[in-house]
Design a protein around this ligand. Sequence first.
Ligand code: SAM
Length: 220
Amino acid sequence: TAEELWTKLDDYYDSHLVAEDEALIEARRAREVAGLPDIAVATNQGKFIHMLAQLMGARRILEIGTLGGYSTIWLARALPEGGRLVTLEYEPEHARVAEASVARAGLADVVEVRVGAALESLPGLVGEEPFDFFFIDADKVNNPYYLEWTLELGRPGSLVVLDNVVRGGQVVDPDVHAPDVTGTRAAIELIGSHPRLDGVALQTVGAKGWDGFALARILA
Ligand code: SAM
């Protein structure tokens, strides 16, 4: 099938380009052993956001949606000395698994996992130094609100990565009204219409199927 071929290609690229070390492999294993859902970014997507954060020279990263900390580890490893990553997670059990994996990766001093609904945790970040990079990967229904929060917590030039904006094509299927899909549409339309945001979306295929991500840059 097409999906098997996409996965085979991901495996081929990863075998040459993406070396997962013990801590990343262990983070994936810990997520699985704990019975957390299999919805982390793929290995190459992890490296992709890691490289984006490096290219941005990000010193402060905010992640919304931690799960078992797999993407968290990729992102935290992009930080320079003295950098910091805050990640927001609703499920205490997910946060516990993530904290253990982050600690095994030697990043406990860099990463802070805040437990609770992100919309309740976000106001607590006002007044801190601005974040340079945002990775939004939680409940898609709230994506427009999370985007609004990046304008509050970022700075001109900050980058926002919004994951899962294709969802197997559902985003343009007029018969689909699921909250994750309507939230995604609203987020894309907000990026397109907001005077302080500029953005683009790309479709992807691979081990995670047919999906994609959007990038938004804070203008002013
Ligand atoms: N970024 C992770 C990775 O790639 O390794 C995957 C995150 S997973 C797709 C989404 C996570 O968001 C889940 O762990 C879920 O519990 C969490 N979540 C869902 N609703 C949330 C909310 N309102 N606030 C914070 N986290 C939430």
